[in-house]
Structures are given as structure tokens and as C-alpha cells.
Design a protein around this ligand. Structure first.
Ligand code: EPZ
Length: 423
């Protein structure tokens, strides 16, 4: 098999201005939500990342017609003749987010057959909250081997209190509820910006969605949801990754379309580290200027608006270069510190105790051969490699390609020495 890896070398401070792609964690669920409609929808600012191609294949397997113009970042999805309700096992294995078609399929057809989405390295990734809610809505869930089938004569609205504000479970229930008549309440719901972007899409389709206290989403669904035109929100996680990369190498970065309001705590932490953060007019856009030395900070990952777990790994890399000790507590996933041993290979001084990492900053990191274990761990290793002395080689690059469109290209625009090598 061809050997492919990312080669990164220190090229000194990075500087420049970049535009952001559409958010991976918004576009996938928005594509899934189109199963609720019959007709032609148009999505713009769609990132050309591997997961988007997987979701395109999934919708085509169900009978939708999907046209993707990568240059224009525009996706046209016609679901008029969509008639499938079973997702193939290999697709489920390739992309966990495939489970997000379950709610729309139950609303449209009253049945859905999927393979249990594989866990991954960051955790077992159970889907019990999704299934508990569908059962509460009247679905009969049967499993046989790896397969999971949900059948229901007529899915009904319900009030569902979540044990945990799961993003995917909130989105799945939200979509099922939007496609049926009656009022569904989701209590202790996830309110991530990507969930709010989905709510905008469902409202534009014709569902009535409001919020109530405490952390409750109230959905008045409709049996006649319309196709939509929607511009995917900018990717706050891409923005955070790029800001942290420039903080690590020194230099300045302008992101004119950065969604500042969904990055507040991240910007707060970077500011506490001594980096200068300027927010653009009307609170849109941000400019970061790096300074040395950087102060250490501590934080725990939490559901929004807490610190996002998806920027925990990149921040671990940055804190490895701060002047002092910081503690990171990963509370969202049970095994999301696998980038630590890889950073230690590069000279990072990090001690682990359960789901806490204590990081004692060092003067410099050293290039090494390291392995990426998930999308954000891959980004963290790229960041460490950009700042390290010597060459870093990162394998497991499919993780990076799943979650970012052209991150290497964007970093090269800023002056980075980074390339994808395929031997
Ligand atoms: C979404 O995953 C994102 N993925 C993740 O981004 C993100 O890290 C996560 O939300 C948290 O913000 C997409 O949107 C495609 P969860 P999801 O359900 O929905 C437990 C990235 O790097 N849980 O909020 O799978 C679960 O095990 C990816 O872009 C249950 O116990 O996250 C985890 O510990 C990684 N039972 C916690 O909740 C369930 O039924 C949070 O998971 C569901 C979840």
C-alpha cells in the first residue's frame, strides 16, 4: 500500500489572512436533514472534506441525486425519489456521523436500518441516547449482529430528558421531531453552534422550533417540510486550529469571517496566554498576534459554551510551549488524550493521570515520526511539527483529510513548510 504521511518543518513565524470553510460538524447533519424533504435543496460553503464525500455517497445510496461543485463549494441534493432506508455497513464503519440519517428516515419512512457505528480511538461512542429517544417516540429497535433496525408504524412526538447533552442525539431527535406533527421537547439538549445551524435549516424547511428553560428545545414538526437553500456556518474548529497554529509558530493571523461568538472561551484562553486578540467590527472576524513567552492556562472540556473538546488536542500542543504548568481535563470523551504520547516523542513534558494531562512547557519541541489517532490529534501534531526543530512525519493523515479541507495548503499560504507525501 502506498505510504503516505505529512512532512512538516519549522519555517519560522507564520503570517497572513485566510477565509474559513464550512463547518464539518454542521454540513454533515444538514445533508442528513435533507432526507426529511422531497425536492431539490442547495447548500453553499460546503467543505470538500472526505466526510462530506462519504455523506454524499450515503444519500446517493438512499436514492437521492447529489451534485457537488467543489470549486464553488456548492452541493445540490434532490431527494424527490429518495426511497432507501438502509445504510450499508461499510459506510457506517467509515463514518460515524452516518447515524444522523436515522431520525430523518424514521420520520420519512417509519423505519431505518443501519450498522452499529463503530467506536473509535477516542471512545466507545455509544448511541444509547439516540435509541432511547427513538423508542420513546414509538420505534421498535431490534439488533442482529452488527445491524440495528428501528421500525415504527407512526413515530410520535415526546418529551425526552437527556442524561447528557449529546450533540448527535440532540440532532437526531430534533430531525425526527421536525418531520412529524405534534410537539416534541428535548430537555438537557446540546446547544452547540452546529445544533443551532441545524435549527435554522429545519425552521427554513417549515418546522417551528423554540427554546425553553432549562436547555430545552421545543419542536412543532410538519409533515410537509420544504427543500432549502442554506449557507453552512463557518467552521469554528478550523478557525481555532489555525489560530493555535500561528500562536505556536509566532506571527500574525487574520480570519475576517471567524465566528467570534462561538469561540469566546477559546479566545479568552489564548488571551490569558498572552497572545493579542483583536475582534473585528460587529464582533465578526479576529486577528491574533503571537507573543513569547506564553503563560500556561488550565481548562476542562465541556459541552458548549464550555471549552470545546475538539480543540483540546491542538491546545495541548500549544501549552507544550508555554512557560509553566497547565492542566487539561478532558471530560467529554473517555479516551481523547492519545495525542499525548505522540507529543512526548517530540519532547513535550506531559504527565497523565486518568483524563487529566499536566503540561509543563518546554523551550522547544523536536521533530519526530508520530501517528495521528483522530482528526484533532492530527491537527495537534501538525501544530507541534510547525513549531518543532527538525522534521516531523505524521502518519494516519486520513484523519486530517476527513475533518479539514486543504489545511496543509492554507498553512503553506501563511509560509509553513508542510506537504503531504505519497511514496
Ligand atoms: C459530535 O460528536 C461531533 N461530531 C464531535 O466532533 C464532537 O467532539 C462531539 O459532538 C462533542 O462536541 C459531529 O458533529 C459529526 P456527543 P457526537 O454525542 O455527536 C456520549 C470532531 O473531531 N454519548 O455529544 O458523537 C459520548 O460517548 C468530532 O469533529 C453517549 O454516552 O458527540 C461522548 O462521551 C469528534 N450516548 C459524549 O456523550 C449517546 O447516545 C459526547 O458525545 C451519545 C453520546
Amino acid at each position: 500500500m502506498a505510504h503516505e504521511y505529512i512532512r512538516v518543518q519549522n519555517a519560522g513565524p507564520l503570517s497572513g489572512e485566510l477565509t474559513l470553510e464550512g463547518a464539518k460538524n454542521a454540513v454533515l447533519v444538514t445533508m442528513a436533514s435533507l432526507v426529511l424533504t422531497r425536492g431539490k435543496s442547495r447548500l453553499t460553503r460546503v467543505p470538500a472534506s472526505h466526510d462530506v464525500y462519504q455523506m454524499k455517497t450515503l444519500l446517493e445510496e438512499l436514492g437521492a441525486e447529489v451534485l457537488f461543485d467543489e470549486q464553488k463549494h456548492e452541493l445540490i441534493v434532490d431527494t424527490t425519489f429518495l426511497n432507501g432506508w438502509s445504510v450499508s455497513p461499510d459506510l457506517m464503519k467509515r463514518m460515524r456521523a452516518s447515524i444522523l440519517v436515522m431520525g430523518p428516515l424514521l420520520a420519512r419512512f417509519g423505519k431505518a436500518k443501519i450498522a452499529l457505528p463503530g467506536g473509535c480511538l477516542i471512545g466507545t461512542r455509544p448511541v444509547d441516547l439516540h435509541l432511547k429517544a427513538f423508542a420513546r417516540m414509538g420505534a421498535t429497535i431490534t439488533t442482529s449482529g452488527d445491524f440495528l433496525q428501528a421500525d415504527v408504524e407512526k413515530i410520535r412526538p415526546c418529551r425526552f430528558v437527556m442524561d447528557y447533552p449529546s450533540v448527535g442525539a440532540t440532532e437526531n431527535i430534533l430531525m425526527a421531531a421536525a418531520g412529524i406533527s405534534g410537539v416534541t421537547e428535548i430537555v438537557n439538549a446540546a446547544l452547540e453552534p452546529e445544533v443551532l445551524d441545524l435549527i435554522t435549516v429545519l425552521r427554513n424547511m417549515g418546522a417551528h422550533i423554540d427554546f425553553a428553560f432549562p436547555a430545552t428545545i421545543v419542536v412543532q414538526g410538519s409533515l410537509d417540510l420544504k427543500p432549502v437553500e442554506h449557507e453552512i456556518m463557518c467552521d469554528r474548529l478550523e478557525a481555532g486550529t489555525l489560530l493555535i497554529a500561528v500562536a505556536a509558530t509566532g506571527g500574525t493571523l487574520s480570519l475576517p469571517d471567524a465566528p467570534v461568538d462561538s469561540l469566546e472561551l477559546v479566545l479568552e484562553k489564548l488571551s490569558e496566554m498572552g497572545l493579542s486578540i483583536e475582534v473585528g467590527p460587529q464582533g465578526r472576524g479576529v486577528k491574533l498576534t503571537s507573543h513569547r513567552p506564553m503563560n500556561p492556562v488550565s481548562f476542562k472540556t465541556m459541552p458548549y459554551p464550555g471549552f470545546p473538546t475538539d480543540l483540546q488536542a491542538p491546545m495541548t500542543a500549544l501549552l507544550s510551549l508555554a512557560s509553566g504548568k497547565g492542566v487539561i481535563h478532558e471530560t467529554v470523551f473517555e479516551n481523547r488524550l492519545l495525542h499525548v504520547p505522540e507529543l512526548q516523542k517530540m519532547g513535550a513534558q506531559i504527565s497523565l493521570s486518568g483524563d487529566r494531562a499536566t503540561i509543563t512547557g518546554v523551550e522547544r519541541l523536536y521533530g519526530a515520526s508520530v501517528i495521528a489517532t483522530d482528526i484533532r490529534a492530527a491537527a495537534a501534531l501538525v501544530i507541534a511539527g510547525l513549531a518543532a526543530e527538525g522534521e516531523t512525519r505524521i502518519t494516519g493523515i486520513h484523519h486530517l483529510l476527513r475533518g479539514y479541507e486543504g489545511l496543509d495548503q492554507k498553512l503553506r499560504t501563511l509560509g509553513a513548510c508542510i506537504e503531504i507525501v505519497r511514496d
